[in-house]
Design a protein around this ligand. Sequence first.
Ligand SMILES: Nc1nc2c(c(=O)[nH]1)N[C@H]1C(S)=C(S)[C@@H](COP(=O)(O)OP(=O)(O)OC[C@H]3O[C@@H](n4cnc5c(N)ncnc54)[C@H](O)[C@@H]3O)O[C@H]1N2
Ligand code: MOO
Length: 598
Amino acid sequence: MAAIPFGILTVSDSCAQGLATDTSGPALAALLEAHNGLYTKAHAHAECRLVVITGGTGMAATDVTIKAVQPLFDKELPAMAMAMALSQVAAGIIKETLILALPGSKKAHAIETAMAKAGTRHLHTAKGTPKHPGSPHHHDKKRDIVTHDKPENTTRMVACGCGRRDAEAPSGVTNDLQGGVTKRARHSPYPMIPVDEALNHVLEHVPQPRPASVHLAAIRDGMTVSKDVVAAEDVPGYPASIMDGYAVVASDGPGVYTVRGAATAGSQLGKLMPGEIMRIATGAPVPDGADAVVMVEDTRLLETTDDGSEELKVEILESGRVQTGQHIRPVGYDTQKGSVVTRAGTRITTAGGEIGALAASGNTAFEFMSTGDEVVDTLQANAGMQLARGQIRDSNRPALLAALRAVGPDKLAKSIKAALETCDGIITTGGVSMGERDWLKPVVEQKLNGKIIFGRVMMKPSKPTTFVALPEGKFMFALPGNPASALVAFHMFAAPAIRKLAGHVVNASVDDNVAHFVGDSLALDRGRPEFMRGRLVWQKGSSKWTVEAADRHQQSSRMASMQGANALIALPIGTADKPTVSNNELVDVIVIGDVLFI
Ligand SMILES: Nc1nc2c(c(=O)[nH]1)N[C@H]1C(S)=C(S)[C@@H](COP(=O)(O)OP(=O)(O)OC[C@H]3O[C@@H](n4cnc5c(N)ncnc54)[C@H](O)[C@@H]3O)O[C@H]1N2
Ligand code: MOO
């Protein structure tokens, strides 16, 4: 029995550039030569009956061995490749030579096993030896090379379908489809590999998703952002009021002032003159000349127009003394133009924060990981739209899929009535606090015959959350307009309601869902229990749940504070005895998204 002449081809950038020494090639050669004299180094290329290519079969962009060698095969041998039970291998025949492309592993033992499994010993049916005369493939030497189980036994020709009686399938070769039952393999040619190895194979072979541009409207949970998203504009884009009240000059202090009209959200304003104040709504641009806002609760109406329809003089009470900047969100307070809003790798969750943050970023198309071509940017119409002073992006609508826009109480009532014809319940955001155009509550009471079950909740954020019972057993959640408030209120109240409607058992209590708080010592709010947006994680190593703030900035106007949140951290009201929450302390959590295991 003649030894098989073999050649080794090492594929390595670093070896080729002289930056590394080839150890895989010589190791393989030594291994083959030591293999019971079955193999011998070929003296010339043309002599090789076996070529082992080592290296360049991995997952890196520069690993192109398999791609390069596969097109050269006269016949590819996938079952043989599979039988080697190594990831990233290729096996095939070129003319009469078996080519094996293997990883550049130095583990000779692994390769030896692989070679044995691959059945290269069949190559001992030396070149030129007549094979199974009478076989329809009898001149097909490529086939001979792979189908002979034992070199000296030319009768074991199962895969070539030559009609021999010994039907044992050669190792590494599947049944011949034409062979029929008598030719079937009586043992599986596939090695039984461990579960984790199998999973690794799966993960290695599943291709990386290709990035695709996805319009905001087409973003769905489960997608992954493939490129950092940068804020296209400041949020807010103008100094905005945080409260419903009056825009003032802080240094003027308490006293009686002339009311110079109203600055509502979205309005264009003139300059505030000395001795004047201007009515202002939450979210409205602070007029030039003003540098603080006094809450309406800290004022008293002194004089109106004769018909009583307009305010003329208002007193700022002592309780309304404010400092420069008070109740104003400066430009970029929530998000600064150019800052990264959403990092590559962020997964869109059903908690809503990511989609909301993208919506608030001022972009309309985003790069997402995608496996299909069906997700394309079809709605570019709004791309690049500039915001006018006083305008904001509607981030709540895509986040909650249920925002309501209205320009007056009648239209608002009409919209709600129309929605009620087809829905059991309605969710709205905005217009529920103290502003002059915060019509939600009066509209449901006065125009819709609704009963406000509650109109404020002792919580931070989402204080003005409103729940309404409507005729015919219908109901309405009127959530606050501040984006984080809207989502927190949704998860706290609307989501359980929807779950109950779906027949789920719903537990109203937040007790017992306990996790260890991770973070610096944090001052508890003295007025309201706080529901921080958090990230809940099961720490496998220490076998405990931990929760940390999903975002350092937790203001209710910042949609990004919801990004990455899968839980709300239910913090108690701070007291003199218990003013802070500390690192590792147990806190209650409400799960609002997928929990993470690390
Ligand atoms: N004088 C007082 N003013 C405010 C009080 C208060 O007790 N006294 N409460 C504050 C709190 S707390 C909240 S929360 C907000 C809630 O206000 P509204 O529910 O009436 O909402 P709006 O005034 O319509 O908007 C608030 C804020 O949110 C922005 N917004 C509204 N809709 C959207 C949307 N679809 N997407 C993105 N952003 C939205 C809006 O521009 C405002 O900045 O009231 C405080 N005021
Ligand atoms: O209650 Mo509000 O901003 O704090 O949601």
